[in-house]
Design a protein around this ligand. Structure first.
Ligand code: CP3
Length: 352
């Protein structure tokens, strides 16, 4: 399937978001927020009442409603498919749950070669609810593009090996340093699962994809290059033929931005630690950038939000393509009105 054969309309193809990803001229800088769906919205908390997180991801009508909520409310330039990075792992039978206030918890962590047997390939039938939900969504969204996503191999491996969220990733990194063969096999399998999951989303109608390499900033560049980049690069390569923009995001990745540029994405997400005019030098030419307002700025006054937003936009002035976002996800206690105002400010300020 090539770019013009993907199930999206030409209005979607010409949206500000997809144009910015392709580094084409835009009518205004497009904006969306990581974690724009979720606990910051009262309407989300209401529809999720009594439904466990992972179960909510398997109900197409609910997924559609939750994905659309921030689009209706904030006038963002893209929707992000409501799901979680552990959904494909659950779908192939890994025993895990998402504990409220904690995150993903895995019943039997992967620590030995025998444990690898828990992983099998993902088929579209394993996630038929994703295909169904994206079908519903693309009809509702009209010209607004839908971003599909998946967790990157390192970030998924960190949950599988640690058994849950971690600050230091000691078990994951011990496997990476101590048993490089097992580590490489695990990441390679996760790359195949991730690629298969992204393909399902693109074939169902997602018009861009983001790989969340959220925790990769814990690695030194040489270790990232040797032990992690091949798996992330395999994922990008596997979906290159569709012609949909591929976004690569991580936190604390200042020292890795050049390598993330090399890994193959079209758009590199930057957290708030590196200004975009410096990030573009590190990433190198031929990529759009996404970011990078510190999400905690939204807890200040509207005047300070505007001043800090201007700093981001000024730093982005020389970029070939810029997608405005936060440097990481929306924090659950964020005032949703602050997000609506922020979208409006970026649109007005950058209107050409
Ligand atoms: O709007 C969107 O961005 C789409 C939804 C989305 C969710 N998870 C829904 C969710 C996305 C893109 C994710 C990705 C995700 N999940 C990542 C990568 C993004 C990042 O933050 O770097 C990671 C690391 C996870 C794993 C995960 N899932 C964590 C750490 C948590 C938070 C646990 C908590 O309760 O604080 C989750 C749960 C989760 N995923 C929630 C949502 C809306 C909250 C659970 C709830 O509402 O009950």
């Amino acid at each position: 399937m090539s770019a013009n054969e993907t199930p999206q309309t030409s209005a979607t193809y010409d949206s500000a978001f997809l144009r910015a990803c392709r580094r084409e001229p835009v009518p205004h800088t497009p904006v969306w927020f990581m974690r724009q769906a979720g606990r910051s919205l009262p309407e989300y908390r209401k529809v999720r009442e009594g439904i466990p997180m992972l179960e909510s991801c398997m109900r197409p009508e609910l997924v559609t409603e939750i994905t659309l909520q921030p689009v209706r409310r904030h006038n963002v330039d893209a929707a992000i498919y409501y799901s979680d990075i552990v959904v494909p792992l659950k779908a192939i039978g890994i025993d895990l749950e998402i504990k409220p206030g904690v995150g993903p918890v895995v019943d039997r962590p992967i620590r030995t070669r025998a444990d690898l047997a828990q992983l099998r390939d993902l088929t579209p039938e394993d996630v038929s609810y994703v295909t169904e939900a994206i079908g519903l969504l693309t009809r509702e969204l009209g010209a607004t593009p839908l971003i599909g996503f998946a967790g990157a191999p390192f970030t998924l491996a960190s949950y599988l090996i640690e058994g849950g969220p971690s600050r230091s990733y000691e078990n994951a990194k011990a496997m990476m340093y101590g048993d490089p063969e097992l580590w490489a096999d695990l990441l390679d399998r996760l790359a195949d699962i991730t690629a298969a999951f992204l393909k399902v989303q693109i074939e169902a109608g997602a018009s861009a994809v983001q790989l969340f390499d959220s925790w990769v900033g814990s690695l030194a560049p040489a270790d990232y290059r040797r032990s992690v980049m091949p798996a992330s690069a395999k994922v990008f390569e596997a979906v290159a033929g569709y012609g949909v923009p591929r976004i690569h995001f991580g936190v604390g990745t200042g020292e890795l931005l050049n390598l993330m540029g090399e890994a193959g994405a079209d758009v590199v997400g930057v957290d708030w630690r590196v200004p975009l005019d410096e990030a573009v030098r590190r990433v190198g030419p031929g990529k759009a950038l996404q970011g990078n307002l510190d999400p905690t700025v939204l807890f200040t006054t509207p005047e300070i939000v505007e001043a800090k937003t201007r700093e981001v936009l000024d730093a982005a002035a020389g970029l070939e393509g810029h997608v405005f976002n936060l440097g990481h996800g929306v924090m659950p206690s964020t005032d949703p009105d602050a997000l609506t105002r922020l979208v409006d400010y970026v649109h007005t300020r950058t209107a050409r």
